[in-house]
Design a protein around this ligand. Structure first.
Ligand SMILES: Cc1ncc(COP(=O)(O)O)c(C=O)c1O
Length: 443
């Protein structure tokens, strides 16, 4: 699969010259597939706006855009009762859902969990009385807690929204069981699929009312995402966002709204992004998701073995279970995660992520951060300083290699044995940079 990845041989500038980049930040965004780019190269000469254009290129673009929607339906086993709305990303999809559901939920409550990315937390906190179910001491969800909460709230919770998997620990959630519990207590069920769709086949038909995900985490980083939603909640009334493309008829006194999904895709949609996403899905179908899963499990096991062999490394969430996704966040006793990750980057060309990964409540819980420490971190963040607190996240994909993990091991051994770091904080890059290193663009 590796040759299928664009940039898999890219060399980048490091302190000692140039090295081939090792990309261990796939949970943030994956590289594009070569065939996705080839598809776009093929389509671009025919690119035009969709829907009402009269001309060959417009017909082609409309056809490809709708074909992409059909591919998403097929890939995610979306039933007839649901619509696929293209969005910019997961965050936009969840915000759209949260705003729209106000009409149906009103003052009813929403249940979410402590392991959520801010994108599946803040939209609910903004619009609803939200119950946040805590995770256990390892950072895993306990289904009994979800059920107990639903029982205790006796019908007040109208929607349950959980992540398919955590972007911090890679812990997957048993979504179909959670959906079944939610429905039993009369609540709708939404899944934040940002970290699930790239790792495991999802079947919307198995009790998911709403699913959000991003194409840039699915090897098609061209600006699209999607909200798969039960049509009945989006087909009536005034669309959530209004403007061009959302109407059948407009006069100054009257508007007749278009049907789904157009009525929910205001303005020119992300045409090429949708085409790119569909092509990545075709690639996954051809390769077989089970093969990719197996490969990711092997790499995950190796990464865990390597990281857990260091005395000073503490893995957030501790032990791994079969089926966990290849995302491991860790801290290093006595060392700043920001400094260590800079050494990985500027000396070994290893790209990771540092901080709280847009999941501050979860990371703080996993790190056992006290109230006082939280206050200190808050002050730092308000003043625009480095928070001082956080972890390093390594997130793998099927195209990574055991050899790359070996380089990480050597880099960590060397960095952890070092007494002095000749680095300075560079606010522009939001990172520590070697004192004698000048960052520049590659072209
Ligand atoms: C679990 C989870 N949910 C939501 C998001 C938000 O995705 P996006 O930035 O594509 O909107 C992310 C991004 O990292 C994520 O990991």
């Amino acid at each position: 699969m590796r040759p299928e990845i664009i940039g898999e041989k890219t060399k980048v500038k490091v302190l000692s010259g140039k090295r081939t980049y090792i990309f261990f930040d796939n949970a943030a965004s994956t590289p594009a597939l070569r065939r996705v780019k080839e598809k776009l190269d093929q389509v671009l000469p025919y690119y035009s706006n969709v829907e009402r254009g009269i001309g060959y290129k417009s017909f082609v673009s409309t056809e490809l855009f709708e074909e992409a929607r059909e591919k998403v339906r097929e890939f995610l086993d979306v039933p007839e009762s649901h619509t696929v709305i293209f969005t910019k990303n997961t965050t936009e999809a969840i915000n759209k859902l949260a705003r729209r559901m106000k009409e149906y939920i009103g003052n009813g409550k929403v249940l979410t969990t402590e392991m959520e990315h801010h994108s599946n937390l803040l939209p609910w906190l903004k619009y609803y009385d939200t119950v946040v179910v805590p995770v256990d001491s390892h950072g895993r969800l306990d289904l009994n807690r979800i059920e107990d909460t639903l029982k205790k709230e006796s019908g007040k919770i109208k929607l349950v929204s959980v992540s398919g998997a955590s972007n911090v620990t890679g812990f997957p959630n048993p979504i179909y069981e959670i959906g079944e519990i939610a429905h039993r207590y009369g609540a709708l069920f939404s899944v934040d699929g940002a970290q699930l769709v790239p790792h495991k086949r999802v079947y919307v038909s198995r009790g998911i009312d709403f699913l959000s995900f991003s194409a840039h985490k699915f090897y098609a980083p061209f600006g699209s995402g999607a909200l798969v939603a039960r049509s009945e909640f989006f087909s009536d009334g005034v669309p959530e966002s209004v403007g061009g493309g959302t109407v059948k008829f407009v006069s100054l006194d009257e508007v007749i709204w278009a049907d789904l999904p157009e009525r929910e895709e205001a303005g020119t949609p992300v045409i090429l992004g949708a085409v790119a996403l569909a092509e990545a899905m075709r690639a996954f179908e051809e390769w077989g998701m089970e093969n990719l899963e197996r490969r990711e499990e092997e790499l995950h096991r190796e990464l865990y073995r390597v990281l857990s062999s260091f005395d000073r490394i503490e893995i957030l969430g501790g032990e791994r279970r079969p089926g966990d996704f290849p995302v491991i966040s860790f801290t290093v006793k006595g060392a700043s995660p920001y400094l260590i990750s800079s050494v990985l980057s500027f000396e070994y060309a290893i790209g990771v992520r540092t901080g709280c990964f847009c999941a501050q409540p979860y990371v703080k819980k996993l790190m056992g951060v006290s109230r006082e420490e939280t206050e200190r971190v808050k002050e730092n963040l308000i003043e625009g300083k480095l928070p001082g607190l956080g972890a390093i996240r390594t997130s793998l994909s099927f195209y990574n290699t055991v050899e790359e993990i070996e380089v990480l091991k050597q880099a960590l051994e060397e960095a952890l044995s070092r007494r002095e770091f000749h680095y300075k904080y560079e606010p522009h890059l939001k990172a520590f940079v070697p004192e004698n290193f000048k960052f520049s663009l590659p072209f």
